[in-house]
Write a protein that binds this ligand. Sequence first.
Ligand SMILES: Cc1ncc(COP(=O)(O)O)c(C=O)c1O
Length: 285
Amino acid sequence: MDQVYLNGTYTPLSEACVPVLDRGFLFGDGVYEVIPVYSGKPFRVDQHLDRLERSLEGIRIANPMSREQWHRVIDELIERNTGDQDAALYLQITRGVMPRRDHGFGDDLEPTVLLTCQPMHYPSQAADTPGGRAITLEDSRWQDCHIKSINLLPNVLLRQQALDAGADEAILIRDGRAIEGSASNLFIVKDEVIKTPPRQRCMLGGITRDLILELCADNHLLAREIDISEDELHDADEIWMTSSTREILPITVLNQHKVGRGETGALWREVIRLYQEYKQQVMRS
Ligand SMILES: Cc1ncc(COP(=O)(O)O)c(C=O)c1O
């Protein structure tokens, strides 16, 4: 999977270069998407492209391509890389290369567009998987986390703090409420009700999260978009972290204490089954 798309050209990764005055390199001035590719088909690609459009608008970059052009480039890159394998397609747009370093930006820069493909490794989804571990940390990110910005320094530091503590993910707490993970959304189950925080400015609206809510609605599972306090998080029967690359990761240990009985829960098993069924349907269509 070594072919990348950079500013109109397909090239091997080792030959893809960006000038050092690119604002992405100097300021983290850009946005991104990670689109899962199953058996060579991009999954929920229009939902990802819709969010990309909102992120671009949020940081005042004009979308450099039409929807049709995006589809063409994505399909071509998958074709050149994966054939019919699973992959994670990374798409990044920065504000472009400036003539000299300056915080302010005009509106005359040409955005830098990069797409790459990487093999996808998902966590085990067997019913008897031990699941993942999480710790809670104070959310140190900015207010505009609904924008999928490449400026990920707080997320990176929070994730590393979790890894250093022997955990897989950090659950971020803001004003006493559990918001999301360092690179994932949060669900809990309490008394057979599935809960996830509502979309808000300080949280990324995940594509995986939206699909889970759709699947719950279609299958008569009770799911609520509602604030989750730190106390409710600790008292949950089940905790799941969701993202395009981790799908639905059951968390069985939180801050070194068992979540529920310390094993995967019945609702996780049901929802992961629905999720896999949905994927199969999409791949067959
Ligand atoms: C902060 C954050 N929240 C949530 C998600 C999950 O989003 P999605 O399901 O679209 O991958 C991500 C994914 O990278 C993320 O970085």
